[in-house]
Design a protein. Structure first.
Length: 429
């Protein structure tokens, strides 16, 4: 004990998520399965308010069986009398599984009446429901023909040949799909792991396919937006196009494009993630075909991959259209800025011309002012001279000749001095 005492302080230094992450690695412990047994699983889509309601109602339903559930729980398994119940919460959906160990009639829902009562009380939309039968011996052809559609029958060996599965992936009259699994040498928890992987493959495949109708529904709108953007881009290139009208059309298109992006981006991303999980599950199942029948991996790839490619192509077109709209907006902005700069340049040139005209007019007015003031000054001198001569003074004629340039020069200098006095100086600090 003394040797370990020095490490006790390390517990206090644990990361805040250390314990929860450790529990997460062990949280999905599915109950052991062995043939013969029967099970049903239902997958319900739930929104956040419905998810909270599920926890409340599950707590009420579990109470008589001595089980409880916490708001943070994502997985639960418990016994409900002769049934074993398993619940798991995912980001968009919840799974409810009911297992009936032992012999029983294949694909008979009578043993799962309690499950039907529970599901009727729980919110959500059913996206997938499956009946699963585990058998230890090879079923006879008549049994297979009675429960599966021959034209769609898929038979594959899985788990390196230690199990065989049968399914037609059809929705039957009871509202359930059917999966038959033969144990051919599985050991320990291998049957539970196999059932879990097969169900995850089917569940995630169905969730991945949810993106297909959304992409198909939005494709006509995307095509129309692409044509509108092509037309707008062509108008931007026209020199006589009205920039305000083009900008209004581009703004409306960008708003519609942003709305489409916001409404489809999550589903397209989820489709890609779910599809990748499906491909991972197919790889982990180690599927081997049975001669004369379709195989599980071929069925999955033929249905899933085209849907994936459609959704990927839709997402790429949407991103490409967004980029093109941004480029067109930049082109239009450049054109508007260039036109504005041209108008400013023309305005400045016009102001320069107007200032030049005003300056020339001012000089003309100044010249006329000098002439006018000089004329009146000479007129006053003439009256003064006449008065002096009337009194007997005799003034020589050269005085008149000398006064003319002197008066003009004096008036001109006076006007210049007056302009200097009236011109405002720099502001005082």
């Amino acid at each position: 004990m003394a040797e370990t005492a020095g490490f006790k302080g390390l517990i206090e230094r644990s990361h805040r998520h250390r314990a929860s992450l450790s529990r997460e690695m062990h949280v999905r412990k599915t109950p052991r399965l062995a043939a013969p047994a029967r099970a049903i699983q239902l997958v319900l889509l739930v929104d956040p308010p419905e998810a909270a309601d599920v926890l409340t109602k599950l707590a009420i339903l579990l109470a008589p069986y001595g089980a409880s559930i916490a708001p943070s729980d994502r997985f639960l398994t418990c016994a409900l009398g002769d049934l074993i119940f398993t619940w798991e919460r995912h980001s968009e959906f919840m799974t409810y599984s009911f297992l009936a160990p032992g012999e029983g009639k294949l694909f008979d829902l009578a043993s799962f009446a309690r499950g039907a009562e529970w599901i009727a009380q729980l919110p959500g939309q059913v996206i997938r429901s499956t009946q699963i039968a585990l058998v230890a011996s090879t079923p006879d052809p008549a049994t297979i023909a009675a429960h599966f559609a021959a034209d769609d029958l898929v038979i594959s060996d899985v788990a390196e040949g230690r199990a065989r599965i049968w399914s037609d992936f059809r929705l039957h009259e009871d509202g359930f799909g059917r999966l038959l699994i033969q144990d051919k040498g599985l050991e320990g928890i291998e049957m539970a792991q196999l059932v879990q992987r097969l169900q995850e493959l089917g569940n995630y495949r169905k969730m991945a396919l949810l993106g297909l109708p959304e992409a198909q529904a939005a494709t006509p709108l995307l095509t129309a937006l692409e044509q509108q953007l092509t037309d707008i881009t062509a108008r931007v290139a026209q020199p006589d196009a009205d920039a305000d009208t083009v900008l209004e059309a581009l703004s409306a298109l960008s708003a519609q494009l942003a709305q489409t992006l916001a409404s489809t981006r999550y589903r397209m991303s989820a489709t890609s993630a779910y599809a990748q999980i499906c491909l991972d599950r197919i790889h982990s199942l180690k599927v081997a075909p049975v001669r004369g029948y379709g195989s599980l991996d071929d069925f999955t790839e033929r249905r899933l991959l085209p849907a994936m490619r459609t959704c990927d192509a839709f997402s790429r077109r949407l991103e490409d259209l967004s980029q093109r709209a941004a480029w067109t907006s930049a082109m239009l902005r450049t054109r508007v800025d260039t036109a504005l700069a041209r108008r400013n340049r023309d305005l400045l040139a016009s102001m320069d011309r107007r200032t030049g005209l005003q300056l020339r007019l001012q000089h003309t007015v100044e010249g006329l002012s000098v002439v006018a003031v000089s004329y009146y000054a000479l007129g006053l001198w003439h009256h003064l001279k006449e008065a002096l001569e009337h009194e007997g003074a005799h003034l020589p004629g050269w005085i008149d000749v000398a006064l003319i340039p002197a008066i003009v020069l004096a008036v001109w200098m006076g006007i210049r001095q007056l302009k200097k006095v009236k011109r405002p100086g720099p502001p005082a600090h």
